[in-house]
Design a protein around this ligand. Structure first.
Ligand code: ZN
Length: 186
C-alpha cells in the first residue's frame, strides 16, 4: 500500500498537460504500480475519482469508483470501479446538467458546475483493451471532471457563478439558515 500525497490547487503540476501512455507500456510494472498507488491514495482520501497528475505523475491515467463511502450515502451501489488510460471524451449534443462538485485537490470546498449530460468516452483499460462507450448522467460528470485534470483544468475554472463556490462548512451554514438541506457534492 502506497498512499501518495495529493497535490492541492496552486501546485504547478496540476496545471500541466499530461502525456499519453504508449499502448505497449500499459501493462508495464510502472503503470501497474501507478494504478495501485492511485487507488490507495484515492481511497484513503475517501474520493470517487483521481487523475495521475493529482499525485504528481503527468500521465493520462484516471481511476474512478468506490463501493460505498460515508461521503456519498445516497449512492448506495457506488459507481463502477474503472481504470481509464488515454481517455478521450467527445461531447455529444446534449443538455447540460449541474452538480455541486468537489475535488481532492481543492479540499473542503465545493462549487456548482454545469457539464454535458451525455458523452462518448474512448479509453484503454489496464488490460490493454480498448473501450468505446456512451455515458450519461452522474457518471458522465465524474469522467469529465477527471479527464479535465489531464489537461490541467480544475473544476474551479468552470464555475457557473463565483457566488456558488466556497468552503463546505460555510455553504452548509448558509443553506441551513436559508431553510435548505446542505447540497450533496459530487
Ligand atoms: Zn478533481
Amino acid at each position: 500500500m502506497a498512499v501518495r500525497k495529493i497535490l492541492r490547487i496552486g501546485h504547478p503540476l496540476l496545471r500541466q498537460k499530461s502525456e499519453e501512455v504508449p499502448v505497449t507500456e500499459i501493462r508495464s510494472s510502472e503503470i501497474k504500480k501507478l494504478i495501485r498507488d492511485m487507488y490507495d491514495s484515492m481511497e484513503s482520501a475517501d474520493g470517487i475519482g483521481l487523475a495521475a497528475p493529482q499525485i504528481g505523475v503527468l500521465k493520462r491515467v484516471v481511476v474512478v469508483g468506490f463501493y460505498r463511502t460515508d461521503r456519498y450515502p445516497e449512492l448506495k451501489d457506488g459507481i463502477e470501479r474503472r481504470i481509464l488510460i488515454n481517455p478521450e471524451i467527445e461531447v455529444l449534443d446534449s443538455p447540460e446538467v449541474g452538480f455541486w462538485e468537489g475535488c481532492l485537490s481543492v479540499p473542503d470546498m465545493r462549487g456548482y458546475v454545469e457539464r454535458k449530460r451525455k458523452i462518448r468516452l474512448k479509453f484503454y483499460d489496464e488490460k490493454e483493451e480498448f473501450h468505446d462507450e456512451i455515458i450519461e448522467g452522474f457518471d458522465a460528470v465524474v469522467y469529465q471532471h477527471e479527464c479535465d485534470h489531464l489537461n490541467g483544468i480544475l473544476y474551479v475554472d468552470r464555475l457557473k457563478d463565483p457566488n456558488l463556490f466556497g468552503y463546505n462548512d460555510e455553504l452548509d451554514m448558509a443553506d441551513r439558515s436559508a431553510g435548505k438541506e446542505p447540497a450533496q457534492v459530487v
